[in-house]
Design a protein around this ligand. Structure first.
Ligand SMILES: [Zn+2]
Length: 266
């Protein structure tokens, strides 16, 4: 074998090693359906890290279903059937472009593992108790979709913020809320396990979008008229952390923000 041939073979071997690596990485890469993929951490958002760090065009590779917020905390994000909506502080749902960025969001590809009809008159609190009993364990992630008509829905949104950003618990003190009566729509979100405290919202975190896709927000309360819940058991979890130069690099994330977390969800 000539020296030239040997070099060529070594190069081929090296190429194989590299392609082998990327094939392994694809196990948790874009397109994996049973993975909850989130941008940044909830504590970073609570601390006021509102600069968008991931483009929606990139996020859509990881899911067609999810929730979050937008650059500058400009509203409540809803991802439903691969379409991105932003319910801003005026309560109106706007279409979101692929170049818009998000500081915090969670998405997955929604597949129904379980579907149940919900009793008429069921409240948000009743729903949580009911689903808690129905789910096989507290310790998985679940994507949750509720579709139907509601005799009552209450949501909130958040007004866009300017730098220096105040903490989220300060912003939500003046949050605009919206009430809907006899409304059709879809509730979209997740139930996260208790061990992700500080990373995501533990328990139920749901957003609402009206059937005409014109309004909605972060869900505070509802009463079912005629609706069904669909649950997607989610076994994998992937975090996309902000890059160099982001506020995330400087934030002190050793602070316990559990009290603030509970405050901003209400
Ligand atoms: Zn929310």
């Amino acid at each position: 074998m000539s020296k030239y041939q040997y070099c060529l073979l070594s190069l081929l071997a090296l190429l194989l090693v590299f392609t082998g690596c990327s094939a392994d990485n694809s196990l948790i890469d874009a397109g994996e359906r049973d993975t909850l993929v989130q941008v940044s951490t909830f504590d970073a958002l609570l601390a006021g890290n509102y600069d968008g760090v991931t483009e929606m065009g990139d996020l859509r590779k990881y899911g067609d279903f999810g929730i979050g917020t937008l650059d500058g905390l400009d509203g409540e994000l809803i991802v439903l059937d691969g379409k991105f909506y932003d319910v801003r502080a005026d309560g109106v749902a706007y279409a979101v472009t692929d170049t818009t960025t998000t500081p915090f969001a969670s998405v997955t590809f929604f597949d129904i593992d379980r579907e149940e009809t919900l009793a008429s008159g069921l409240s948000f609190a009743d729903f949580q108790t009911m689903l808690d009993k129905m789910l096989p364990t507290d310790n998985l992630f679940y994507a949750i979709k509720i579709e139907g008509t509601f005799s009552y829905v209450k949501t909130r949104s958040v007004p866009a913020q300017e730098k220096p950003y105040p903490p989220l618990a300060e912003v939500t003190q003046n949050q605009p809320t919206f009430e809907f009566h006899d409304i059709s729509g879809t509730i979209v979100g997740f139930r996260c396990p208790p061990y992700v405290t500080g990373i995501n919202v533990t328990g139920y975190h749901l957003h609402f979008l009206t059937a005409d896709k014109q309004a909605g927000g972060h869900l505070l309360d509802f009463t079912v008229a005629h609706a069904k819940v669909m649950v997607d058991n989610t076994y994998q979890f992937l975090m996309l952390l902000p890059g160099e130069g982001s506020d995330f690099y400087k934030e002190d994330l050793s602070v316990d923000r559990q009290g603030e977390a509970e405050q901003v969800e209400k």
